[in-house]
Write a new protein. Structure first.
Length: 144
């Protein structure tokens, strides 16, 4: 019997990102003991998020912690340049969590509602997944 898969939905993608962010936050905690400014801590957080992505490319076929915990996989084998581009764009998207223009979270909300969600609804993947050549994650369909 062949295993069936479905593309992940917007909420699953968001939950994956929340898990990935939480894992990176755990690695950020030791940096709180250093005399770093808020701005410096933000850059360390972004660097750690990129490092999480790069290490995932090297050791687990780019399955990030959120994908592993949710048991999702990439729809196909994507090239290393695609994975690297995705890692860079995903990190840029993630960084909207840390910066704002008018109020905290404004860039994140704009990113999620005006870029990511419409792209997911139109293409089945995030903007960074689409720009990286249509990288899509999938989940096994449970038999009834």
């Amino acid at each position: 019997m062949k295993t069936a898969f479905r593309e992940t939905n917007a909420l699953e993608k968001l939950f994956t990102s929340l898990i990935n962010t939480a894992v990176v936050f755990l690695f950020l905690l030791p940096f709180l003991w250093f005399d770093l400014s808020i701005q410096e801590l933000k850059w360390v957080f972004i660097g750690l998020f990129l490092l999480e992505n790069l290490l995932s490319i090297l050791i687990s076929d780019y399955r990030l912690p959120g994908m592993i915990l949710q048991n999702t996989h990439w729809k196909q084998a994507y090239s290393k340049p695609q994975q690297l581009l995705h890692a860079l764009l995903y990190t840029a998207s993630f960084s909207t969590l840390l910066f704002w223009v008018w109020i905290p979270g404004d860039l994140l909300i704009l990113n999620l509602l005006l870029l990511q969600l419409p792209c997911i609804l139109m293409t089945g993947t995030t903007l960074h997944g689409w720009l990286s050549g249509g990288m899509v994650d999938v989940k096994k369909i449970r038999p009834h």
